[in-house]
Design a protein around this ligand. Structure first.
Ligand code: NAP
Ligand code: ZN
Length: 413
């Protein structure tokens, strides 16, 4: 089984260059013939039909969601059914669901991997409505979270080491392939109910506000996990955060809670005041201003790059001290350029990161609970999601849209 983040055709994350007319996948480091769109569409449609049939055969509770049907990404009401709950399943009534930039990449098929109809949403906070007979950790009424994935093989090396997020059989919460259930495409949190094995359900600590917690389930763990792994959680160290969006603004909050010096590196001068006065950043550097970038050269121990679009990374690597570490978490749909001169002389590291394990996510939530960390959110109703997606694409959100699913889905359908 190939890891879906590595496989080309099924990659939920690799920005497969699904460009009309493009004949080959550029810059993936392997010589892979890339079928033209004309060749690929009929096959995609056939397997979509199969998946839909599998979904019909699920036979579980009726669910109401909002789905994108094609690459316009326009979302509209969609009826489907969840799987019949198994012994270890938790049935969750969805309360809030954040909108991650990944949802936008996927519904518009920018990564070439959309399995329509796509019900987005993987930043879910809800309340347990029912549990299977074998569930030991949750009971009806518990407040819980679901993040980017809802399954893994639980027998491979990665799963054994507690890195389910890197399992080749990881099942994504939305637009994933649920092989254990007829290969049906998974449907995410833009829906009233979701059924998830208890192994992938998170406990939301008391005291956290639910709408502000939802984005932590993806954005939060995606920055927290590499900060822990690369020692970017030590007081006094200097962290650079590139891109002040959903992921970036939470990284600033974690960095400050760890006692670090935090500098935001942004293309938006209009975000300076809020970054410093409200989010607690120590400094703000406009990445398109060469003077400001020069002044910050060689000052940072680590950088978390959250940018969703193509951008030059060599100027960012220049901001690291020798032996500094950059972690890429943003997933632009075109390959970034990494000139060796940018890392070899300073012995610098460049790493990637995909969300975090279940354990990382629970630890992140506990940390957020202790430090009162939540995302800055604009809570919206379901019938605003299409406008929200347009605004997200234009970088017009401070800093995360969260859909009040329980409070608006019924009336919006
Ligand atoms: P977001 O809220 O849209 O934030 C992205 C930020 O990137 C923007 O706020 C903007 O910040 C900056 N930016 C946008 N266009 C840019 C450009 N052309 N050049 C330079 N900077 C630009 O998105 P998000 O939800 O935080 O997600 C960010 C990326 O992470 C997406 O690609 C998403 O798919 C990916 N992601 C990855 C993981 C993972 O596990 N690795 C998890 C979640 C999301 P400024 O205005 O400050 O410049
Ligand atoms: Zn996400």
């Amino acid at each position: 089984m190939s890891h879906p983040f590595h496989a080309i055709i099924h990659s939920p994350f690799l920005p497969v260059p699904f460009r009309p007319g493009a004949a080959a996948a550029p810059s993936l480091g392997v010589n892979v013939a890339w079928p033209s769109r004309a060749l690929r569409l009929p096959r995609a449609r056939a397997s979509a039909d199969k998946r839909e049939q599998a979904m019909e055969e699920q036979g579980g509770a009726a669910a109401l969601g909002w789905a994108a049907r094609d690459a316009t990404g326009v979302l509209s009401p969609y009826n489907f059914s969840r799987r019949v709950p198994r012994d270890d399943d938790v049935t969750i009534k969805v309360l809030y669901c954040g909108i991650c930039h990944t949802d936008l990449h996927v519904i518009k098929n920018y990564w070439g991997n959309a399995m329509y109809p796509v019900v987005p949403g993987h930043e879910i906070v809800g309340v347990v409505a029912g549990v299977g007979g074998g569930v030991t950790r949750f009971k009806p009424g518990d407040t819980v979270g679901v993040g980017y994935f809802v399954g893994s093989c639980r027998s491979c090396d990665s799963c054994g080491k507690g890195h389910e997020n890197y399992c080749a059989g990881v099942v994504l919460t939305s637009n994933g392939v649920d092989r254990a259930h007829g290969g049906a495409a998974t449907k995410g949190g833009f829906s009233d109910v979701i059924v998830v094995s208890e192994h992938y359900v998170l406990r939301v600590p008391d005291g956290l506000s639910l709408d502000r917690t939802a984005p932590l389930l993806c954005a939060g763990v995606t920055v927290y996990s590499p900060m822990m792994r690369h020692g970017l959680n030590e007081p006094g160290k200097h962290l650079g955060v590139v891109g002040l969006g959903g992921l970036g603004h939470v990284a600033v909050k974690f960095g400050k809670a760890f006692g670090m010096k935090v500098t935001v590196i942004s293309t938006s001068p209009s975000k300076r005041q809020e970054a410093v006065e409200h989010l607690g950043a120590d400094e703000f550097v406009v990445s398109r201003d060469p003077e400001q970038m020069k002044a910050a050269t060689g000052t940072m121990d680590g950088i978390i790059d959250t940018v969703s679009a193509w951008h030059p990374i060599a100027p960012l690597l220049a901001l690291l001290k020798p032996l500094g570490q950059m972690v890429l978490v943003g997933v632009p749909n075109k390959p970034l350029e990494l000139p060796v001169y940018a890392i070899v002389p300073g012995g610098k590291g460049v790493a990637g990161n995909t969300v975090g394990s279940v354990g990382d996510c629970q630890a992140m939530l506990e940390f957020a609970g202790k430090h009162g960390i939540g995302a800055e959110v604009e809570v919206i109703k379901m019938d605003y999601v299409n406008t929200a997606m347009e605004r997200l694409e234009k970088n017009d959100v401070r800093y995360r849209f969260v859909v009040d699913v329980a409070g608006s889905l019924g009336s919006a359908a």
